[in-house]
Design a protein around this ligand. Sequence first.
Ligand code: NAD
Length: 281
Amino acid sequence: MIIDGKEIAAALRKDLKKKVVELKSIYNAVPGLTVILVGDDAPSKIYVKNKEKFAKEIGLNSEVIRYPADLEEKVLLNKINELNKDNKVSGILVQLPLPKHIDKRKVIETIDYGKDVDGFHPINVGNLSSGYESSIPCTPLGCSLLLKKVEKNLNGKHAVVIGRSNLNGKPMTQLLLKENCTVTITHSKTKDLKIECLRADIIIAAVGIPKLVKGDWVKNGAIVIDVGINKTDSGLVGDVDFDEVSKVAKAITPVPGGVGPMTIACLLSNTVECFKKAYSK
Ligand code: NAD
């Protein structure tokens, strides 16, 4: 089975669009997403454009604030504080990476954790790891929704997460634990990645190395979710060797068209959730 992230994300956006209409009829207001882009990083510009496009498509109040790369940190922090107080803004996302002179940690911690649609604020990270309600980072959230499409009950499954980034590997691990998986988290210092992968019922690859996971690393019937997006001479590829692994896996996400579309759909979903929490207080 090839897990069609494009289709699943489109269905999620359709549901969200309906929800936004319902919320408008209840609260006479719609969720608002403000994205801040600092500088000229080419991939970031594309991501932001797509976020804006889909936010508008589902009826959110969408705003993008663009700053030059030499922006003073305090101007950015002041803007975030202003947005924190603005009732029309349900979610704030500062597109990463930021220019080096800006302290990423300070920026993340300045965002009101109730508007932290990326789920990076330490309060949200702590809540997620304690099993409490929180904003969940969009890519791991998307991966877990894809997994649930293949298998509703993940109780007792052995999941191997490749990569331990704050963005992907660590929050993914928390989500899998919540689903009662036994989780092995692997990284660049793991001694024998192939052996670890061979024990997995579920593999989540979030590394950034083209086609790292080979067909003979995967046991028959495993579910493989490929987070990687790697530019190569032959186009975009994931961290999984799709041609080899699709022959042994029970289900696998393609790249592109797997996890990628889910990331934006989950960002929209997080924005709607932040709005609902703010308005139901
Ligand atoms: P990162 O560089 O922050 O982390 C990579 C992780 O991989 C690290 O924890 C590192 O220890 C581990 N690693 C490196 N080499 C390894 C090896 N040989 N064996 C095992 N582990 C190894 O990367 P990230 O931000 O988590 O992104 C990972 C990939 O996911 C990238 O390709 C990125 O482009 C992609 N990505 C995709 C989406 C999406 O929406 N699909 C979103 C974010 C990132």
